[in-house]
Design a protein around this ligand. Structure first.
Ligand SMILES: Nc1ncnc2c1ncn2[C@@H]1O[C@H](COP(=O)(O)OP(=O)(O)OP(=O)(O)O)[C@@H](O)[C@H]1O
Length: 265
């Protein structure tokens, strides 16, 4: 080994922080800890699924991550930036996109107009309100419509879309801002089997390019998309691991899964 090689070998690896980290993340409503001491470390391009019983704190955790709810304690880091308490719009501009379970789309507007509003959502609110949508779709709007299967529905009023298409439209609206991290609350809720299949494929395709956190109750769906699962119980992380790890974890079985497996829960 020559001298140069020895120096290279001794140099520490450049440590890139995970895309999303939480430390001791806690929120109390009155004195009730809805989320308690949660430490998460989510790597770039991960597709992380969060499961847990009703009231476990899953939605509140996403509310904290997108700035909708302020933590009582703890920190949230987006790569090397502490985003704790900077506000929902600043977090969105920083690259965290949130899709809620009930799509927040404008049903009287077309798919394209909804995408155009979303593209400018965190830019200039006043311009947006009075904007005439005379321009055609941007390349990004075309790309997200294509990706979510909405290309041929651009001129259709959102109110005329199926339940699944509405969910995809809201996902397309989140994607139009090209977020680094996408937070999804039960993205396949109420969908037909075919729509659920398509959503699973879409999420798998989005992971890698984006980092995706998904809350999900449908365990067959979880099995299909998950790499790593985080189990929340009474506001805290009960377990973390692959579907196989989680399925065998006695604490998870007792608190959440019962005797069911992830594929049959
Ligand atoms: N704004 C609030 N004020 C008071 N309590 C709240 C508030 N938001 C949530 N909670 C409580 O915090 C706990 C966690 O709620 P959360 O909605 O995060 O659970 P969840 O795991 O998402 O449940 P579900 O699967 O039913 O949606 C629940 O006991 C809930 O009642």
């Amino acid at each position: 080994m020559n001298a140069v090689t020895r120096i290279e070998a001794a140099r520490p690896q450049a440590a890139t922080p995970p895309i999303l980290t939480t430390r001791n993340l806690t929120v109390r409503f009155d004195d009730f800890p809805a989320v308690s001491n949660v430490d998460l470390s989510i790597e770039d391009g991960e597709l992380r699924v969060i499961i847990g019983a009703n009231g476990a704190g899953k939605s509140t955790l996403l509310d904290l991550l997108c700035g909708k709810v302020l933590p009582s304690e703890g920190e949230i880091w987006l790569r090397d930036r502490n985003i704790t308490g900077i506000g929902e719009a600043a977090i969105a501009r920083g690259g965290v996109g949130r899709k809620f379970q009930t799509p927040a789309v404008f049903k009287e507007m077309t798919v394209l107009e909804n995408l155009q509003i979303a593209s400018n959502r965190y830019v200039k609110v006043r311009d947006n309100l009075f904007r005439r949508f005379s321009r055609g779709p941007t390349d990004r709007e075309l790309a997200v419509a294509e990706r979510t299967g909405l290309s041929s529905f651009m001129k259709r009023k959102a109110g005329e879309l199926s339940h699944g298409q509405l969910q995809w439209l809201e996902l397309a609206m989140v994607l139009s801002q090209d977020p680094k991290v996408i937070l999804l609350d039960e993205p396949a809720a109420g969908m037909t089997a075919a729509e659920t299949d398509k959503t699973a494929e879409l999420l798998l395709a989005l992971a890698g390019e984006h980092t995706v956190l998904v809350i999900e109750h449908d365990m067959a769906f979880v099995r299909r998309i998950c790499r790593t699962i985080t189990v929340l119980h009474q506001g805290s992380v009960l377990a973390e691991g692959t579907a196989d790890d989680i399925e065998k974890n006695p604490a998870v079985i007792e608190a959440y899964l019962g005797s069911a497996t992830l594929s049959h829960a």
